[in-house]
Design a protein around this ligand. Structure first.
Ligand SMILES: [Mg+2]
Length: 96
């Protein structure tokens, strides 16, 4: 799905369900991802691998919705870049 279509769909979902419901859904999906990670760590079956992929997808969808609902995608992107650059400096201090 193209980004523009995704944004329209997210806006419709927020209009229909409300911000609080979408935030509750995000919390629920993150908890499901935690469980899927733990389950896959214990048993790397195809089924658990599929569940892990599924839960990662759910969380990524909700994270994107959270960013759009709060109108902060570019601020989040800035923080991601800042944190990755900081981590790079920690791991490779000689590269400065
Ligand atoms: Mg889920």
């Amino acid at each position: 799905m193209q980004q523009k279509e995704k944004i329209v769909l997210f806006e419709i979902m927020v209009d229909r369900y409300g911000i609080n419901a979408q935030e509750d859904q995000a919390i629920e999906e993150m908890a499901e991802l935690i469980k899927a990670i733990i389950k896959y760590r214990k048993d790397k079956s195809d089924e658990n691998g599929f569940d892990l992929i599924d839960e990662i997808a759910d969380v990524k969808i909700l994270i994107e919705q959270l960013e759009l609902m709060h109108k902060i995608p570019s601020l989040v992107e800035e923080r991601i870049n800042f944190k990755l650059e900081r981590q790079k400096k920690r791991m490779f201090p000689d590269l400065q």
